[in-house]
Design a binder for this molecule. Structure first.
Ligand code: F6P
Length: 342
């Protein structure tokens, strides 16, 4: 019997529980014992684990968050902690590890694999969908659907009050959520980190809409988007600066627009709502398929690999390839929808 450990690291994301459930079911089918490691890599350092079986993982397919808990760590991980984690891993009798996470978690996984020889496989999750090693990371579809529903709701109130509403969405360094929710929600202007914001262009679009009798507008902005000359903070960095009232890009935009055009403007920061709650059917399916594939990779001894979706097929890629670069929105894709939407 093989003993498989599973952990969820970094930001939580809808679909994590679907992967955990799939790893347990497929693992048990193959005669493996599955141990859950609590709160990401911390659980390995602190030997905080629990046995996962059908009973513990029953009813979690559609549950948001992660039953294992998670924690954020920025790589590289402290050497002494890594050694402690490896020692605990070996002592626990685990034969392999499934690390479910985004960029940071997978980078740490790569260090454990390459530097410490820990046999592991990765599973990509990210509402930001920024990992270049996979066409898709689960969680993204749910986030886009939530953001789209919010845009629809804000659309009606913007129209009634003849206002500009700036909707700030997550995505950190990439504009995928903004782009897709912007298209689906019919945003009039979408702004992303990959393309510096041209405020004159924004004012021009708003004025031309007003001249056409459209005296309201919806602007979707990704939290990492920048107005040259101004500094703003993305969601993940805001907490420590709370008392300094660091503004996010949404608030900055609404202020600049009000000042320049005189149009009544409001901002709505969607924040963690995009990460909470039940995963969409698509995310449950991809997450389940990823979980099954992760166990298959372990049984085949293909350590150091990450499951991925490529050309609509579940496959795998070396983790070091997967984390090499970030998947960003192409300028051409952006421009097509920018001009099309106003
Ligand atoms: O990477 C996922 C993400 O939700 C980003 O979109 C966002 O910037 C960040 O995490 C927020 O992190 P935290 O939960 O630490 O505030």
């Amino acid at each position: 019997m093989r003993k498989i450990g599973v952990l969820t690291g970094g930001a939580d994301c809808p679909g994590l529980n679907s992967v955990i459930r799939a790893v347990v079911r497929k693992g048990m089918q193959e005669g493996c014992l599955v141990t859950g490691i609590k709160n990401g890599w911390n659980g390995l350092v602190e030997e905080d684990t629990r046995i996962l079986d059908l009973r513990v993982t029953s009813g979690i397919l559609d549950r948001g968050g992660t039953i294992l808990g998670t924690s954020r760590l920025t790589p590289p991980m402290d050497e002494a902690l890594m050694d402690k984690a490896v020692e605990n891993f070996r002592r626990s009798g685990m034969d392999a590890l499934v690390a479910i996470g985004g960029e940071h978690t997978l980078r740490i996984a790569l260090d454990f694999f390459e530097q410490k020889g820990v046999p592991l496989v990765g599973v990509p999750k990210s509402i930001d969908n920024a990992l270049s090693g996979t066409d898709y990371a689960f969680g993204f579809d749910t986030a886009v659907n939530i953001a789209t529903e919010c845009i629809d709701r804000l659309h009606t109130t913007a129209e009634s009050h003849h206002r500009i509403i700036v909707i700030e969405v997550m995505g950190r360094h990439t504009g995928w959520i903004a782009m897709e929710a912007g298209i689906a929600g019919g945003a009039h202007i979408t702004l992303i980190p990959e393309v510096p914001i041209d405020m004159d262009r924004v004012y021009k679009i708003l004025r031309s809409r007003h001249d056409r009798g459209k005296n309201f507008s919806i602007i979707v902005v990704s939290e990492g988007a920048r107005v040259p000359g101004y500094s703003t903070k993305v969601m993940e960095a805001r907490e420590e600066d709370e008392l300094e009232e660091t503004v996010g890009i949404g608030k900055l935009l609404a202020g600049l627009i009000r000042k320049e055009t005189g149009y009544e403007s409001r901002v709505s920061v969607l924040g963690h709502i995009q990460r909470g709650g039940t995963p969409t059917a698509y995310d449950r399916i991809i997450a389940t398929r990823f979980g099954v594939k992760a166990v298959e990779l372990i049984l085949e001894g293909r350590f150091g690999e990450m499951v991925n979706l490529h050309n609509n097929r579940i496959q795998s890629v070396k983790i070091n390839e997967a984390v090499k670069e970030r998947k960003t929105v192409e300028q051409k894709f952006y421009e097509t929808f920018h001009d099309f939407s106003e």
